[in-house]
Design a protein around this ligand. Structure first.
Ligand code: GAL
Length: 377
């Protein structure tokens, strides 16, 4: 079964936009292996928009742009597969893609077959140029069926930016993940707003179909197709931590040939990835109701818990200002006889048994994340 856990991989859009070509894809596949990203779970190498010619061929089939992809998509898929990775592509539920290339509207079964013939394992499916009266659920279901009929197992990645209350119907179309927001750009404000917009909708996300809060911007540092000033390394840490806590698919968006060591290590952080890949996929609870200094509590499948403190404000928060976590706010009262025995997942430090409340200092635009178990006090 596909997408039992949040899918992990790389997508071309955030950095390369329309400047995508087969060399970039090959180099990225090599990098995913050589940098140890494959070892921690990154698997899908996905080409986003702008890969095709502007017109279909005489049989109605989409054609890869021969200047960008001189060896053809089948050869490229073979290369990606030879690295032990999976190959992804992109189309759109409307008549054209967002960048104006042919979309799959009314060509769904032909296109799904074409993708299967090329060896595609993942299809991102966008929502531009959709006929106004054609309902999204039907269009996604049509492609969902077309992929099933294609003869190949293809992960179906829906991208309608959260419109039409997508979380309520997308599972019924066979999709394995679904974009729930508009596009991320490379700024703190962008990823913060995207993540916080989904806090109340994560209950719909789970094994088989995950809420996708967009590709990662970690390590982009203000360069690339979605550039918008960039983030500090610590801000990228906050970004990655939120994506892991929310169990979003993890699709790297940076150029791996220039991504710095900090961000490579961050995206390989085993503690965070373990939270992202937790098999029960239970949504975190917003404990303190504060959306600028949110504190989240989350169950893990092995019986442990995550307690995560974020600070989106411009000031450090400490016990007197915002970062007090009252344990009764998530149900652990003094009378329970229990506290939480916690470990800081970034430093590895065992901070011991905490009871009733915690004051945690969190620097501006930073986070502190603990993992631990209930323990008798
Ligand atoms: C947007 C989508 C982006 C990217 C872009 C390509 O609709 O949200 O992730 O795929 O189209 O044109």
């Amino acid at each position: 079964m596909l997408a039992q856990l949040p899918p992990m991989g790389w997508n071309s859009w955030n950095t390369f936009g329309h400047n995508i070509n087969e060399q970039v894809v090959r180099d990225t596949a090599d990098a995913i292996v050589n940098l140890g990203l494959k070892d921690v779970g990154y698997e899908y190498v996905v080409i986003d928009d702008c890969w095709s010619l502007r017109e279909r061929d005489e049989n109605g089939r989409m054609v890869a742009d021969p200047e960008k992809f001189p060896s053809g998509m089948k050869a490229l898929a073979d290369y990606v597969h030879s690295k032990g990775l999976k190959f992804g592509m992109y189309s759109c539920a409307g008549t054209r893609t967002c960048a104006g290339y042919p979309g799959s509207f009314d060509y769904e079964f032909i296109d799904a077959k074409t993708f299967a013939d090329w060896g595609v394992d993942f299809l991102k499916y966008d929502f531009c140029y959709k006929p106004r009266l054609a309902p999204g659920p039907i269009l996604y279901n049509r492609m969902g069926m077309a992929l099933k009929a294609s003869g190949r197992e293809i992960l179906f990645s829906a991208c309608n930016w959260g419109s039409d209350e997508v979380e309520k119907w997308i599972r019924s179309t066979g999709a394995h993940m679904y974009r729930s927001t508009g596009d991320v750009n490379d700024s703190f404000r962008s990823f913060k707003e995207i993540a916080m917009s989904q806090v109340d909708k994560l209950g719909y996300s789970g094994p088989g179909c995950y809420n996708d809060i967009d590709m990662l911007i970690c390590g982009m540092h203000g360069k690339g197709n979605v550039a918008n000033g960039g983030c500090t390394d610590t801000e990228y840490k906050v970004h990655f931590a939120l994506w892991c806590l929310f169990q979003s698919p993890l699709m790297i968006g940076s150029d791996l040939s220039v991504c710095n060591e900090y961000n490579l290590e961050l995206m390989k952080n085993k503690e965070l990835i373990a939270i992202n890949q937790d098999p029960e996929a239970r949504p975190p609870m917003l404990v303190n109701g504060d959306r600028e200094r949110p504190i989240f509590f989350k169950h893990l499948a092995n019986g442990e818990y995550v307690l995560a403190f974020f600070n989106f404000t411009d000031h450090a928060s400490d016990g007197t200002w915002g970062a007090t976590c009252e344990f009764y706010d998530f149900g652990l009262t003094a009378n329970s006889g229990y506290g939480l025995h916690l470990r800081d997942i970034f430093t590895g430090e065992d901070i011991g048994l905490k009871t009733e409340y915690m004051n945690v200092r969190v620097e501006s635009h930073d986070c502190v994340i603990y993992r631990g178990t209930l323990e008798k006090r």
